[in-house]
Design a binder for this molecule. Structure first.
Ligand code: NAI
Ligand code: MG
Length: 494
């Protein structure tokens, strides 16, 4: 019996796809000045979904001027914190109302399963706006007891115009992670989505209009990184760049930002370890390690892509792990019942397949998977064993459904090998012993540590990297620091 049912696209989404995909600048949808457009594809079948207006340097200047004007002179600049919070909350409610449509758009554009969008991406995105709407009225400075007869206090002021550049792996959710805290602090935004997944941010622009944000507070400009993204990073009136994407581009942005002394926060790649100790609940650990790498087709910056498994439980663990791959239903994200969708693009599929070939050539043992489907950008869940730390598949970010597993003999060995990485975004520990778990958590060099779980996130809890995984923390109260300057004010009381 075929249990796979094709989901019919909502009428709203079919209509949206037919609309012209312009730039959203100063509260209006406008054409790109040079008339340039680019295609966005459905990676499940590589067909064109829509033509997108590409923002030129001139368009970026328009968007930045609009954001600057909104920051300095517009109604946003004089709104009370509670009013600002209300608007952010209103946007959350509108997203909630439209979540089915947004999920369909992201599934089409990115390839990921609807179930993941409806259970994770959309609730998480809505949560960001709800959570940060509350912070708008709770940004407080300090009153500091200084020497001498002074009143000294600090103000946490919005940085100004923020350029935000996001990747394609969680298109809508990444937009929410970036926009929500920036708005809470009172900044204004120019957001550049990834060229592979430009659609859902344009749908968000419609909701921003409907929510009634003042003109220019949020501008959305699509385009390629080297043109549109780079113009945003160079623009002298952009006060800060918040970037999520590859470490390679993060470095380019950091160097370029130095010229105008922009503030920068970077959320970059990873090669996160998942450690399974001898006293772990093996069933739970296998499920957790599996989901930790295979979720979202492995296209997750914090994916647990390296597993270190104690020799005493290794065989049972591997048996369970491999059997989980057999349950995966690989296919269009828009068909219910499919548990793994397509990678985002042919380019990404090629990258992942090249790493799989490389792994074989390096002498790692291919345990299961390893193949791509002929049509679309689908790659099977793949597991390599007998992986050595100096192999490239163990050191480099693959960004696909590929796990490398190594057998370890001790906790110390696991810890050393886990930390032996250029990256430091996430890490997992599987053990029943809380003392071991906490000692190890303290010694792992990564921005998040998950004990007997993996990839848990919440709008209230910070997320970000050590080492080559970047710096700055998204979410939680920590994210507010990304968008504020601290001013110290002195008043003589003599
Ligand atoms: P990328 O880093 O090139 O793209 C991310 C964003 O940066 C996109 O919006 C892109 O347009 C923009 N961008 C690219 N070059 C730019 C430049 N010079 N100036 C300003 N903006 C620029 O990532 P890409 O090429 O899509 O993926 C390559 C690899 O990067 C992936 O295979 C994966 O390993 C990693 N990656 C990591 C992500 C993460 O969440 N940490 C997300 C996406 C990719
Ligand atoms: Mg790129």
């Amino acid at each position: 019996m075929n249990t796979i049912q094709t989901i019919k696209l909502s009428q709203v989404v079919s209509d949206f796809l037919k609309e012209e995909k312009k730039l959203f600048i100063n509260g209006e949808f406008v054409s790109s000045t040079d008339g340039k457009t680019f295609h966005t594809l459905n990676p499940a079948n590589n067909e064109v979904l829509a033509d997108i207006h590409e923002a030129s340097e001139k368009d970026i200047d328009r968007a930045v001027q609009a954001a600057k004007n909104a920051f300095e002179n517009g109604p946003w600049s004089t709104m009370t914190p509670l009013e600002r919070g209300d608007l952010i909350y209103k946007l959350a409610l509108l997203i909630e109302e439209h979540k089915q449509y947004i999920a369909e758009i992201d599934s089409l554009d990115n390839g990921k399963p609807m179930s993941e969008l409806l259970e994770n991406d959309l609730p998480n995105a809505i949560g960001q706006f709800k959570y940060f709407s509350g912070w708008a009225s709770k940004l407080v400075g300090q009153h500091i007891p200084v020497n001498g007869n002074f009143l000294n206090y600090t103000r946490h002021e919005p940085i100004g115009v923020v350029g935000q550049i996001i990747p394609w792996n969680f298109p809508f959710m990444m937009a929410a992670w970036k926009i929500a805290p920036a708005l809470a602090t009172g900044c204004t935004v120019v957001l550049k989505p990834a060229e592979q997944t430009p659609l859902s941010a344009l749908y968000l622009a419609k909701l921003i209009q409907e929510a009634g944000f003042p003109k220019g507070v949020i501008n959305i400009v699509n385009g390629h990184g080297e043109n549109t993204g780079s113009a945003l990073v160079k623009h002298p009136s952009v006060d800060k760049i918040a970037f999520t994407g590859s470490t390679e581009v993060g470095k380019i942005i950091m160097k370029e930002a130095a010229n105008t002394m922009k503030r920068v926060t970077l959320e970059l790649g990873g090669k996160s370890p998942n450690i399974v100790l001898d006293d772990a609940n093996v069933e739970k650990a296998a499920n957790g390690v599996f989901a930790g790498i295979m979720y979202n087709q492995g296209e997750v910056c914090s994916a647990g892509s390296r597993a270190y498994v104690h020799s005493s439980i290794y065989d049972e663990f591997m048996e369970r792990l491999v059997s989980l791959t057999k349950d995966v239903k690989l296919g269009s994200g828009l068909q219910s019942g499919n548990t793994m969708g397509s990678l985002v693009s042919q380019e990404q599929k090629d990258q992942v397949m090249n790493y799989i070939e490389l792994g074989k050539a390096e002498g790692a043992k291919l345990i299961c998977g390893g193949k791509a489907l002929d049509q679309g950008c689908f790659v099977e869940p793949t597991i390599f064993a007998d992986v050595k730390d100096d192999m490239r598949i163990s050191k480099e970010e693959i960004f696909g459904p590929v796990l490398v597993v190594s057998k370890v003999e001790s906790e110390q060995e696991a810890l050393e090998r886990a930390n032996n990485s250029a990256y430091g975004l996430g890490a997992g520990i599987w053990t029943q012993n809380i003392t071991r778990a906490h000692n190890m958590a303290n010694r792992l060099k990564s921005g998040s540590v998950w004990i007997n779980c993996y990839n848990a996130t919440d709008p209230a809890s910070p997320f970000g990297g050590y080492k080559n995984s970047g710096f700055g923390r998204e979410m939680g109260s920590y994210a507010l620091e990304n968008y504020t300057e601290v001013k110290s004010i002195w008043v003589s009381l003599d």
